[in-house]
Design a protein around this ligand. Structure first.
Ligand code: UD1
Ligand code: UDP
Length: 372
């Protein structure tokens, strides 16, 4: 009997990490697969849909400027009802820890579909960091039927919470599948976005790539981060900071207020995925608070300084490629300067590591679902 699969996502990172799953299910006999995007993100989501050539069957188109958690959550739950009733999926796939993940899971639970959670079991064990993602993960875990955990650490987190072992599958992270697919596409095709980056940044020797968006860093955290980046740039004129600035207004205001006009800081728009992969490959050091970048960079051999106090991704920290530096100015400046001034430390942190998988996560997920 044909199984009905609904794949739901809403933000840039979910789209990147779900893209290979969409392709795999669409090519698979025995499944009727539809894609629903909530549109929690718009431009940043559309960049990914375009690159991976995904045409959603349902687009809730919910994003409004500076949206609140209250409105977004309630809209997703309400609007998902019609999609679920129209298609009647047996299985709903959600990913990670966003508001889309949590609210789409609740709606699917109400509808009676079985929820399959990809990137399950990540925990900082601090309900407020990252906020609200740690809560989103726990709520989703509590109501889903199948948990696709990227690593043994994430599996252990779920087991400790009483999740049944037979409902957990360790798969690796699908971001590695997406990254490998993208690197292959980049190698065999020409992308205008990459060509224009090459013109602009091809000659930059010492690039520091920066991204940031975490809600718990909004306000003072971002002011600190920007002051730190300013000091790093002024102290190291032979380095260029390249910063694709997230579209969240809470991020853009402090970033442009403090960093615009500094000659070796280049503020650019969020990049299409292949262009961002090119930037990661070109960079010497990455400074970020992003979850996905923490997973991708070790595969590319790039040292990452994470502007957070905790991480749900301890594997790369243990492997030595990722260092937590918090969101205080002094520590960000100190640890960046350390990497710049100490080639031995730099070499140690830039060893290639792949703690998040071998690019076969989607295959493992598909094999599991086929047997149900
Ligand atoms: C969201 C997720 C976060 C994820 C991040 C990835 C929640 C609560 N937060 O945070 O877990 O790590 O995405 O980037 O689920 N905006 C645009 N265009 C876009 C995207 C965002 O203009 O394409 C602006 C809008 O004003 C929007 C605001 O950014 O209201 C915030 O977007 P939202 O998805 O609520 O929060 P993020 O900070 O993006
Ligand atoms: N990314 C991108 N363009 C950019 C910045 C990031 O395509 O300009 C990709 C990055 O490679 C990673 C994902 O977006 O796969 C991370 O998204 P984000 O940092 O917004 O969210 P998080 O991973 O923290 O949830």
């Amino acid at each position: 009997m044909t199984k009905k699969i609904l794949i739901v996502f809403g933000t840039r990172p979910e789209a990147i990490k779900m893209a290979p799953l969409v392709k795999a299910f669409k090519n698979q006999e025995g499944f009727e697969t539809r894609v629903c995007v909530t549109g929690q993100h718009r431009e940043m989501l559309d960049q990914v849909l375009h690159f991976f050539d995904i045409k959603p069957d349902y687009d809730l188109n919910l994003m409004v400027s500076n949206q609140t958690l209250y409105s977004l959550t309630s809209l997703i739950i309400t609007e998902m009802k019609a999609v679920l009733e129209d298609f009647g999926p047996d299985y709903v796939f959600v990913h990670g820890d966003t508001t889309t993940t949590m609210a789409a899971s609740i709606a699917s639970f109400y509808h009676g579909s079985k929820i399959c959670h990809i990137e399950a079991g990540l925990r900082t064990h601090d309900l407020y960091a990252p906020f609200p993602e740690e809560a989103n993960r726990k709520i989703t875990s509590a109501i889903c039927s199948y948990h696709f955990a990227p690593t043994t650490t994430s599996e252990q987190n779920l087991l400790r919470e009483g999740v049944l072992p037979e409902s957990i599958v360790i798969t690796g992270n699908t971001v590695i599948d997406a990254l490998l697919e993208s690197v292959a596409l980049i190698d065999s095709n020409s992308y205008p976005e990459i060509e224009s980056l090459k013109t602009e940044f091809g000659g930059v020797q010492n690039m520091i790539l920066v991204t940031g968006h975490r809600r718990e860093n909004h306000g003072q955290g971002f002011l600190n981060i920007c002051e730190a980046l300013k000091e790093i740039a002024l102290n190291n004129p032979s380095y260029t900071i390249v910063y694709p600035v997230h579209l969240n207004p809470n991020v853009r205001k402090p970033v442009f207020d403090i960093l615009e006009g500094i000659s070796n800081i280049r503020l650019i728009e969020p990049q299409a995925y292949p262009a961002f992969v090119w930037l990661m490959n070109q960079s010497k050091i990455i400074i970020t608070d992003s979850g996905g970048v923490q997973e991708e960079a070790p595969s590319l051999g790039k040292p990452v300084l994470v502007m957070r106090d905790t991480t749900e991704r301890p594997e790369a920290v243990e492997a030595g490629t990722v260092l937590l530096v918090g969101s205080e100015k002094a520590e960000i400046v100190k640890q960046t300067q350390n990497l710049i001034d100490h080639p031995d430390l730099y070499l140690k942190m830039s060893l290639l590591h792949n703690p998040y998988g071998d690019g076969k996560a989607i295959e493992k997920i598909l094999n599991f679902i086929k047997k149900l």
